[in-house]
Write a protein of this length. Structure first.
Length: 389
């Protein structure tokens, strides 16, 4: 009887869903329940058409002429749309390279700017690649800097007070993820950034698990620097180019350490000496990958049309329903909740923990009873992540 009641509740939620029609804009497999959009978003149908046109017409027929006809302003156009998505100005966002490369650029620029300080602050909930970048910067460029990794007491969240306790006026940079990749903990970004600024440090946020999942306003939060990927909630495709945000007031202070021709103030002058652009375009380096860049736009357009506030309302409803199912059906089976219960403290995925998490994940993906394949994501040692995208 309980199952029938939950099914009826789910059907009612479907009837109330004003965004239901958007599912028809994506390539879908009726035999798959996909809950891993927080790792790789679905393929928009429009992306197939755009890539077909880019390959066959622009590259195939127009060849090099397409640089002037279609490609030179592509990065700027998509960056402006992402800026709209995160509450930035169009001239504050660059898209290109990977998240790690952009994090390297911004962290290097920030540490050079604050070279009289000695400490970098992050936490153990941050994505490991972010930690690797910071460790590499210290090893190769800033040997006098010390990386302080704050430890979460429960592996799920971290209070603003715990972060502020570690801040001092020797702190040059604080680098955190707005949504923790394992637990989905949603940091109170504005509060934490305010505390960072009180101690004279710069705030660098990784928006990879939040852009396209939760409403973001970098201006209201007074963010200095940010990076983010486009292949999760932005549905840009595997290895899609990342974006970075640099507050307008800092663009003359934070310098790109990788000097390439697309960061030059006049890239087609082909002068022998490097003269960086004084705009956000200075964070360009090499020639952009046009095919992967073109694939980003349809997913961003879809998010802008749906509206991030509307998407967040739906995400919270779905998450609450999932937690009801967890309480009624899973907790008694040895599962534990690895995400915050509070809506305002959780992004758009829910993590379950179980000692047999990996085997359970494999059984969901490859069921032996003929049922639909359910694709979640597993993170060691026991985290089953279920993305609500």
């Amino acid at each position: 009887m309980q199952g029938a009641a939950f099914e009826k509740q789910a059907q009612e939620l479907d009837r109330q869903d004003s965004l239901a029609s958007f599912q028809n804009r994506f390539v879908r497999d009726e035999n798959v329940i996909y809950l891993d959009g927080n790792s790789l978003g679905r393929l928009p149908l429009k992306t197939v058409d755009i890539l077909e046109k880019t390959i066959r017409h622009q590259w195939g027929n127009r060849l090099v002429r397409s640089w002037n006809e279609h490609w030179l302003d592509l990065s700027q156009r998509i960056a402006a749309k992402i800026a709209n998505l995160i509450g930035a100005q169009p001239d504050e966002v660059f898209i290109g390279d990977s998240t790690s490369v952009n994090l390297y650029k911004l962290a290097y620029g920030a540490l050079s700017y604050a070279s009289n300080k000695t400490k970098i602050l992050t936490d153990d909930l941050n994505f490991p690649s972010d930690l690797y970048i910071l460790q590499g910067l210290i090893a190769n460029h800033f040997p006098d800097m010390q990386l302080d990794i704050i430890k979460s007491h429960n592996g799920i969240d971290l209070t603003p007070e715990a972060i502020e306790e570690k801040l001092s006026f020797d702190t040059a940079l604080v680098c955190l993820s707005q949504v923790a990749y394992k637990s989905a903990y949603l940091y109170p970004m504005q509060d934490i950034t305010h505390r960072i600024h009180k101690h004279g440090a710069l705030a660098l946020w990784d928006l990879s698990h939040s852009a396209g999942a939760v409403p973001i306003d970098v201006k209201t939060a007074d963010i200095d620097l940010a990076v983010g990927c486009t292949y999760k909630y932005l549905n840009g495709g595997p290895g899609a180019p990342a974006f970075c945000y640099v507050k307008k007031e800092l663009q003359k202070e934070i310098k790109n350490p990788i000097c390439g021709w697309f960061g030059h103030r006049d890239p087609f002058a082909f002068t022998p000496s490097y003269q960086p652009s004084d705009s956000i375009s200075q964070f360009g380096t090499g020639t952009p990958g046009i095919l992967s860049l073109a694939a980003v736009e349809p997913g961003v357009d879809c998010l802008l049309e749906a509206g991030m506030t509307n998407l967040r309302v739906k995400s919270v409803k779905q998450s609450r329903f999932f937690l009801e199912l967890y309480d009624a059906l899973l907790e008694q089976e040895g599962f534990s909740l690895g995400s915050p219960r509070k809506d305002t403290a959780r992004g758009s995925h829910i993590t379950l923990q179980h000692p047999e998490g990996y085997r359970i994940t494999r059984a969901m993906i490859e069921p032996r009873d003929g049922s639909k394949s359910i694709i979640p994501d597993f993170r060691p040692p026991d985290h089953i992540r279920l993305g609500i995208a």
